[in-house]
Design a protein around this ligand. Structure first.
Ligand code: GTP
Ligand code: MG
Length: 333
């Protein structure tokens, strides 16, 4: 009896240790808004950090740590779209960021590209954190075409660098909101876009909570680490349906909602089912990977289940790493 108790105690300790030690850094106005909304859904080992040149935006942010940058030059105001000032402001404080994320094995950096603070700062953080065993992820969005040339140029320059320095990059185009949610106010359109960024971040942060399924390759954070390290462009989609097959196809379509991606020959795919633990049949378990390998030449497919009692619907989340996107390539030029 005593031995069993002792083993259980050690396992509990190991389980706590295995929790993902992560930080999410929001840079600039959009980045700070995203982090503030995450604060309501993320708990535990994740530190949320807001970074901005703009003291008003930073004061309003809801985060565990806040860092005002560029104060000597800008006096607590934004960069007014200056990429150079954004870069310099971040470079001066990047060691503070590095200290704040010391010991974190996953660092997710997010923001809207186009302004000066986010576009300038996000690549600087990526460069500083690139070395080492941690996985660095950028989740960024591209401004509307209507926001003008300066913002588009900033976003283009920044995205090029982001692609070069982060392990995994998720890109969403604001312009897609015009066709996906026409008629929405700007603020509501942004909310939809930010929801996607939050979903991606939440999915990665909670991977460790997925349950292993007998007979299927279990997904946990180490699986994610393996496929996300040096992966380049990644994509995420989710689908809801009464059965796994339909939910899977919905997730495949949904991954193209805010940026079209080609997953052919990609590095790996993680599929997570949210629903009752017994919802995956042996047929599902073989058909989906077979479909991916036959149609898209992908052999590394991992499964996870997050048990949740919902009636009548299942949700499938799909994350593909190392994908291609014509839209991203032509934006970068
Ligand atoms: N997704 C999302 N995008 C936003 C939001 N606010 C602004 N944006 C977009 O993000 C881009 C960057 O804007 P900000 O984040 O305000 O800019 P910044 O990084 O603070 O830069 P400066 O203010 O110029 O120093 C804009 O061009 C918009 O397209 C938001 O709340 N959500
Ligand atoms: Mg700003």
């Amino acid at each position: 009896m005593y031995r069993l108790y002792e083993i259980e105690r050690r396992l509990r300790e190991a389980e706590v240790k295995a929790k993902v030690k992560a930080a999410v850094i929001g840079v600039g106005g959009a980045g700070c808004s995203i982090v503030s909304r995450l604060k309501r859904v993320v708990t535990g080992e994740t530190t949320l950090i807001a970074v901005d040149t703009d003291a008003v935006s930073l004061r309003r942010a809801n985060a565990d740590e806040k860092l005002l940058i560029g104060e000597d030059v800008l006096g607590g105001r934004g960069t007014a779209g200056s990429l150079e000032i954004g870069v310099k402001a971040m470079e001066d404080k990047v060691e503070d960021v590095a200290r704040a994320v010391a010991g974190k094995e996953l660092v997710i950096v997010t923001g809207g590209l186009g302004g000066g603070t986010g576009s300038g700062g996000i690549p600087v953080i990526g460069k500083r954190l690139k070395e080492g065993k941690r996985v660095t992820i950028a989740v960024v969005n591209i401004p509307f075409s209507s926001e003008g040339d300066l913002r588009r140029r900033n976003a283009k320059e920044s995205l090029k660098e982001v692609m070069a320095v982060y392990d995994a990059i998720f890109v969403n185009f604001n312009d897609k909101l015009l066709t996906v949610h026409p008629g929405l106010s700007l603020i509501n359109a942004f909310r939809h876009m930010d929801k996607r960024l939050e979903e991606i971040i939440w999915f990665i942060l909670t991977l460790q909570e997925a349950r292993p399924l007998p007979g299927l390759i279990h997904v946990d954070f180490n699986v994610f680490k393996k496929i996300a390290k040096n992966a380049g462009l990644c994509t995420f989609g989710r689908g809801k349906a009464p059965n796994i097959g339909d939910a899977f196809f919905e997730a495949l379509r949904n991954k193209d909602l805010y940026c079209k991606h080609d997953i052919t020959g990609c590095k790996g795919v993680i599929i997570e089912v949210i629903g009752p633990e017994n919802s995956i049949s042996p047929v599902d378990a073989t058909r989906v990977p077979e479909y991916l390998s036959r149609n898209f030449n992908i052999s590394d497919v991992y499964w996870g289940v997050k048990p949740e009692w919902v009636t009548g619907v299942l949700e499938v989340c799909l994350l593909a790493a190392g994908v291609k996107s014509q839209e991203v390539e032509s934006f970068i030029g």
